[in-house]
Design a protein. Structure first.
Length: 219
């Protein structure tokens, strides 16, 4: 079993090295595909050093010609993935790569086509942060559930894992932060088998570098 981890990168120099090392330390056969989306803070230089330290096929780096959006970076990484399963990883420290086995288990057992890692299912540690951000996420999930008739608890989660042939067969159009609702709607239309598992979450404050608010999901 080989896993492809797709990680969009945009101005994440403070966390990038740590996240890459954590992903590559997971005891699974995997490739990490980092797609830099026009960073201007030194992230590209950090990726170059990491690629020299972890050569192909362990770490693969792709450079977008300019800032094209998170969705566009995900499209690139997904196209390049070669593993049996594909998992989305943000380039910050909010999600724990140690949760990969939990996410992959329904896929490996052949029970699921897609697995969402929910920050709102119990059993895993969470950093307590913004109340209204949580309300916004739950509202967006409720609206998504009404549209798709899928009973999710966390549509906006970063952690989504797919069988590769499934995610590569879905035409994706959203180039910025609309990837989450787009992929959820298209999964629902195809009546794919969707599972949710509880994951840990260590959310950043905006002072610590958090870029996305719940309003981005509305856009």
């Amino acid at each position: 079993m080989k896993l492809s981890v797709v990680m969009p990168v945009y101005n994440e120099r403070n966390s990038l090295r740590v996240v890459v090392e954590r992903v590559l330390a997971v005891p699974l056969e995997l490739e990490l595909l980092c797609v830099d989306d026009g960073s201007c803070d030194g992230s590209r230089e950090i990726l170059a050093k990491l690629q020299a330290q972890y050569p192909n096929p362990k770490l693969r780096v792709f450079l977008q010609p300019h800032n094209m959006g998170k969705g566009a970076a995900l499209h690139r990484g997904i196209r390049e993935a070669s593993g049996e399963f594909v998992l989305i990883q943000d380039a910050d420290l909010e999600y724990d790569p140690g949760d990969y086995p939990i996410l992959l288990d329904p896929l490996i057992q052949g029970k699921a086509d897609v697995v969402y890692g929910s920050r709102f299912l119990g059993g895993r540690p969470h950093r307590v942060l913004y109340f209204w951000h949580s309300v916004g996420n739950k509202l967006l999930t409720l609206l998504s559930n009404c549209l798709t008739n899928i009973n999710l608890t966390d549509m906006e989660t970063c952690y989504k894992a797919f069988r590769r042939e499934v995610i590569q067969s879905i035409p994706l159009e959203e180039t910025r932060f609309g990837f989450e609702p787009e992929i959820t709607v298209k999964i629902a239309k195809r009546r794919l088998r969707v599972y949710e598992v509880g994951i840990g979450y260590w959310g950043r404050t905006y002072e610590e570098g958090k870029k996305v608010g719940w309003k981005d999901g509305v856009r």
